[in-house]
Write a protein that binds this ligand. Structure first.
Ligand code: 6R9
Length: 664
């Protein structure tokens, strides 16, 4: 049997979904048992055309039926549901509003407890329709891109759906990004209209959202209009006549119904920028029918969501989790989605549980970083809450450690709920590997088994050969396309091929290490490229390095991730300054400035936790910075550096070791 490097992780017993889960079920679970999953899964792999053709016709409402379910071009370049016509906003709003206009679509919990409102499917249809007409009036046409820079408020959901209602493409930019990042994303996507708020509120603080947009737009010559949602009403917020229009003033000018524009299955639904190995963010391009179908199916099957459910994804619409599991998945199913504007810590660490009890949340989905924070805050923040409405608990964005999993299971789930550790990426659109609620046995720390249609492979990183059988470890790849797979990187199809398909020909490469254990369960072992994961935020070290280099005092720098108890990983920057004769005070000022530079260039969430000023960075003779050495030193593994005598400057390593040790 091969020796697995991470074998210690994988000796975990399976936990069967409790019988209470089935017993307390308000209707009936989506699947009867694990056998049924296996049968459907096998069909989805052996006969994807039959499986997906049938399920797409059953689950989605089509304007025109598709002719071909799956059309393989070259390799993975696959199109789905060809020649079909559909509209995503119709599937997420109209079809539910027609049946049940008074049913809550959105439950909005504002940053301030006690504030918020409910938006029914009928009201959502009216708001989406009116905004769709505002966009049309502002000249937005089918295929145009619209930038969305909004906090977690109901208008954000209406905006996304209004854009796709007229066949336009949304490009949501996380409202924590700085003006520079926003500017780059607006220009790359060639967005002509931006939607934002006057200000936003988070954790009791006001954020000057509109000012950030105005700053970005100084260098976005193609933006014609800004639609501004009044969130706080602060009178001092700048308003540029002729360019800016108020959301609340424009909408009432239009009738409350406008028909959806038919789009082709393969027309672009949205762009979402994410970080990769190089500095430039990638505009991940998703298409309409395939993405929508998988968003719906995973919501329904992974989380066992049905129409009576209240689904609370505590993620932001600025990231893929918010796209798929705040907006498209729950609304396509016809459930109620919770839109939470605030943070888990404001006004105190009970906030999530208060929301769960208040709205009788049935599914709760969050990143482990929040769970680690809440676990550390203490169980007295949980104990007085009932939490009996919860059936399913989800985890996303980073590995969940076994002790956090168990805490979640016992303290929040009270031993009754199932836990779905869902592994997936911006590029995949929806879950790749995840246990199905109440069906798949769970193993703390393992994302378990693949979703329908996903055929994972563990590939040897050196030979590129697939490692068959169980007890194997390598890089995690997928063997065939699935409907919600990204079709391209915006305006950079060759980068798309280079990133995902060329590294291991014949496979989609995830960028993650992975293993299959003796039971055939999958374990995700973290990124094998230069991507770090801070609090579930995906950051490119190259992008942070480029930001640091903007500071005129910097000669060179290298950024790597290191383990952090709370945020999973944290960012460390090793920087050599142009001047080497600085005093202690000047050095500490320089460090502060560098952190500021990253906050300004990218956003506060990317700021390095550790900045080390060094004379020199370790390099190969060909001049490549050896980031591997920096990672090892930060991980206390200075005894495992290997042969450093071949470096051009081995003495740099000694200085780095002592400066890292001085921080401990
Ligand atoms: C959905 C999302 C993707 C990267 C991915 C991996 C990490 C996500 C995970 C997980 C372990 C899980 N990741 N889910 N690692 N277990 N359940 O987070 O998308 O922002 O694109 O990040 O996140 O490293 O490659 P995205």
């Amino acid at each position: 049997m091969p020796q697995l490097e991470n074998e210690h992780l994988m000796h975990v017993n399976q936990i069967e979904p409790t019988s209470e889960y089935q017993k307390n079920h308000p209707s009936s679970p989506i699947l009867k048992n694990f056998e049924e999953y296996k049968t459907l899964y096998n069909e989805s792999i052996e006969n994807p055309t039959e499986f997906y053709g049938r399920i797409a016709r059953k689950e989605l409402d089509w304007i025109k039926d598709f002719d071909v379910t799956k059309y393989p071009l070259t390799g993975f370049n696959t199109s789905w549901f060809l020649n079909g016509e559909i509209n995503a906003s119709y599937n997420c709003v109209d079809r539910h509003a027609f049946k049940n206009p008074d049913k809550p679509a959105i439950v909005y919990e504002a940053d301030e407890p006690g504030e918020g409102r409910i938006v029914t499917y009928g009201e959502l249809l009216a708001e989406v329709s009116q905004l769709a007409q505002v966009l049309t009036e502002l000249g937005v046409k089918k295929g145009d891109t619209v930038a969305v820079y909004l906090p977690m408020i109901p208008e954000a959901i209406a905006t996304i759906l209004a854009i796709v209602r007229i066949g336009a493409v949304h490009s949501v930019v996380f409202a924590g990004f700085s003006s520079g990042s926003l500017r780059d994303r607006i220009n790359d996507a060639d967005s002509r209209v931006v939607i934002t708020t006057d200000e936003s509120k988070r954790g009791g603080k006001s954020i000057e959202t509109k000012k950030i947009v105005d700053e970005a737009l100084k260098e976005c010559p193609n933006v014609r209009n800004v639609i501004v949602v009044k969130r706080t009403g602060n009178k001092s917020v700048p308003f540029i006549e002729g360019r800016d229009v108020w959301y609340h003033e424009e909408l009432p000018k239009y009738k409350t119904y406008t028909p959806p524009v038919p789009v082709n299955s393969e027309d672009t639904l949205f762009l979402l920028y994410t970080s990769g190995s190089t500095g430039k963010p990638k505009g991940i391009q998703h298409t309409t029918a395939g993405y929508l179908l998988n968003a719906l199916l995973t919501t329904k099957y992974t989380f066992d969501v049905n129409q009576q459910d209240v689904f609370f994804t505590a993620g932001d619409i600025g990231w893929i989790t918010g796209h798929t599991y705040v907006v498209y998945g729950p609304l396509a199913v016809g459930a109620t989605t919770v839109v939470f504007e605030g943070t888990p810590a404001y006004p105190n660490f009970s906030r999530y549980w208060e929301i769960v009890d208040k709205y009788k949340v049935t599914q709760f989905y969050v990143a482990p970083t929040a769970l680690r924070l809440l676990k550390r805050a203490g169980d007295h923040f949980i104990e007085k809450y009932d939490l009996s409405s919860l059936r399913v608990l989800g985890s996303v964005g980073e590995p969940i450690a076994a002790e956090v999993w168990e805490w979640y299971y016992e303290k929040i789930g009270r031993g009754r709920c199932t836990i779905q550790d869902t592994y997936w990426q911006t590029e995949n659109g929806s879950h790749l590997i995840a246990p199905l609620a109440g069906i798949t046995p769970m193993k703390p720390g393992s994302a378990s088994l693949p979703f329908f249609g996903i055929n994972p492979a563990i590939v040897d990183p050196v030979s590129g050969q697939e490692l068959k059988g169980n007890n194997v470890e390598g890089v995690l790849c997928i063997k065939a396309s699935w409907p919600s797979m990204t079709r391209s990187i915006w305006k950079d199809y060759s980068r798309y091929l280079d990133t995902y398909f060329n590294p291991y020909p014949g496979y989609f490469f995830t960028g993650d290490g992975g293993a299959r254990d003796s039971d055939g369960f999958y374990w995700v072992l973290g990124r094998v490229d230069d991507v770090v994961n801070v609090s579930g935020h995906r950051l490119s070290t190259a992008e942070i390095e480029a930001a640091i280099l903007e500071n005129p005092n910097v000669a060179e720098n290298a950024v790597v991730g290191f383990a952090d108890e709370l945020t999973g990983q944290a960012v460390a920057a090793f920087v050599s300054l142009k001047r080497k004769d600085l005093s202690e005070d000047q050095i500490s000022l320089a460090k502060k400035e560098l952190t500021q530079t990253v906050r300004k260039e990218i956003g506060p969430f990317a700021a390095p936790k550790l900045v080390l000023i060094v004379d020199d960075l370790p390099k190969t003779r060909s001049g490549k910075i050896m980031r591997r050495i920096l990672r090892k030193v930060l991980a206390h593994e200075e005894d495992q550096l290997g042969d450093i005598s071949t470096l051009s400057n081995p003495e740099a390593v000694t200085q780095i070791i002592s400066s890292v040790q001085a921080t401990r």
